[in-house]
Design a protein around this ligand. Structure first.
Ligand code: TYD
Ligand code: MG
Length: 463
């Protein structure tokens, strides 16, 4: 009996497979993401579905690997920092980001930088014609770089081209969503296609020793559309972020088998491409108006690098039932916790207030060390009292209201002093250890609230 062509339903968001169509994916909970794809033509099926007999592979021992992964350095310091010191030979890397954020620009600049250093580079675009990329190269002043360019979407043709001659050091695939392979018979852009195409190119990377970089577009909710499965297949995932209103862009490592994931690279989009920003603090504090209540400067760390950033809070009384709480650039539940600690342990009334919190410059902060700066900004806004303009804050707040120490106190203070901040409010325990002048240690959040309240009373008395 001839086997009936079997079909399955694959979630285009998370790659989960279901035997029947459903409106909502059971795995990730997304709506309308299930698409019918052929089960037999997918990845892993041999020709005609006949299973090949396995061959014996040589087993080896754990000794023999070199300690350091062999890397190709671009010389673009902000890029190399995030990859952990350059592209790793034989690895695959995914650069995700919103459409229009500058991924193609970034990778063309990296490709040209490598090519200028004598590394053979191939740039394959499935989205733009060669002429468009040449125009961009012209604009970036890179048209003389010996990058070899192709406009192509067929994986088979790309592999044949790459296999012709000496393998390149770097291959850029822009973007993975446009690729199409004959190994899978689903439509381009579907999970099956993207997975099969990535698999073929990752295999090429491992065999040839080239580094393959995929560009991937991200959906509204911050996931790489369709090829979220690719995130698990590649060795490293970087996100290129930024917001429409600003010119700066942040390259952030979210997964890296060969390096750190907490480093960021900062760039500025200019008329002539992306410019490296070696001192991001100056950028994030650039538009600062220190005299307004509700602004506190946080001395943060991004990986090994200290970054000063302004936290802005607006606390306003509400007439409506449930007050709004909105956060940009920080964790919503972390804000809820700080608000609860302020209410419970510091007797700051916030229950009937709307609270808005924003991290300036479109930066996203994950560090609990920002707690103290957030609390300072909130109290400052609630009391209508500006904080001293030359003061930074860092420290973690526990549920009891105690201030807990955070790492890298010395580096944070050094960066603050470098940028003209003479004062710091920080965990008291870290203070004893580092004993730095201009720094005030706090043990309880209530102490900080009391000092802002005292400043507020002084201000009122003066008026
Ligand atoms: P692009 O790299 O095409 O984005 P992506 O590949 O992520 O979709 O960049 C798109 C934007 O960058 C576009 O709006 C124009 C802007 N841009 C500049 O401002 N300066 C430049 O030198 C270049 C090349 C692009
Ligand atoms: Mg692009």
């Amino acid at each position: 009996m001839a086997a009936k062509a079997k079909s399955q339903f694959v979630c285009q968001n998370c790659g989960a497979v279901s035997s029947r169509w459903q409106g909502r994916c059971e795995d990730c909970g997304e709506w309308n993401t299930l698409v019918e794809e052929s089960a037999t033509g997918g990845v892993g099926a041999g020709p005609g579905g006949v299973l090949r007999k396995g061959r014996v592979v040589a087993l080896t021992s754990l000794v023999g690997g070199s300690a350091e992964a062999p890397r190709v350095v671009t010389g673009i310091a902000e890029f190399d920092r995030v990859t952990g010191g350059g592209f790793v030979r034989g690895s695959a890397l995914l650069v995700g980001g919103d459409p229009g954020i500058g991924k193609s620009t970034l990778l063309l600049q990296a490709a040209a930088a490598l090519a200028n250093r004598g590394v053979p580079v191939v740039y394959v675009s499935g989205e733009e014609a060669a002429a468009q990329i040449q125009m961009r190269a012209e604009r970036l002043g890179l048209s003389q770089a010996p990058v070899r360019l192709a406009s192509e979407t067929s994986v088979e043709d790309i592999l044949a081209t790459l296999g012709d001659g000496k393998p390149p050091g770097l291959v850029v695939i822009d973007s993975i969503q446009t690729l199409w392979t004959e190994r899978a018979d689903s439509a381009p852009g579907t999970v099956t296609q993207v997975r099969a195409a990535s698999q073929a190119l990752i295999r090429y990377a491992k065999q040839s020793g080239a580094c393959v970089v995929f560009v991937g577009h991200v959906t509204k909710d911050g996931q790489i559309a369709g090829p979220r499965v690719v995130e698990h297949m590649v060795d490293a995932v970087l996100y290129f972020e930024g917001d429409g209103g600003h010119h700066y862009r942040i390259l952030r490592g979210v997964k890296n088998r060969f390096g750190p994931t907490d480093e960021i690279g900062v760039f500025e989009m200019t008329g002539a491409g992306l410019r490296e920003v070696a001192n991001p603090s100056e950028l994030f504090l650039g538009e600062r108006n220190a005299a307004t209540p509700g602004a506190a400067v946080f001395a943060g760390m991004e990986g090994t690098r200290p970054i000063l950033v302004e936290i802005q809070a607006l606390v306003a009384p509400t007439a409506m039932g449930t007050p709004r709480r909105a956060v940009i650039g920080w964790d919503q539940s972390r804000l809820a916790m700080i608000l609860a600690v302020l209410e419970t342990h510091c007797r700051v009334r916030l229950g009937d207030c709307e609270v808005y919190l924003n991290v300036a410059g479109g930066l996203r902060i994950d560090e609990p060390a920002a707690d103290l700066a957030v609390a300072a900004a909130l109290v400052s806004s609630r009391l209508g009292t500006p904080l001293p303009p030359d003061r930074v804050y860092f420290g973690e707040v526990s549920l009891s209201g105690a201030i807990r120490p955070v790492s890298h106190a010395g580096a944070r203070l050094k960066e603050a002093r470098k940028l003209g901040f003479g004062q710091a409010v920080m965990p008291a325990s870290a203070l004893e250890r580092d004993s730095l002048n201009g720094a005030t240690g706090v043990e309880q959040l209530a102490d900080l609230v009391a000092s802002i309240a005292a400043a507020s009373r002084l201000r009122e008395a003066a008026e």
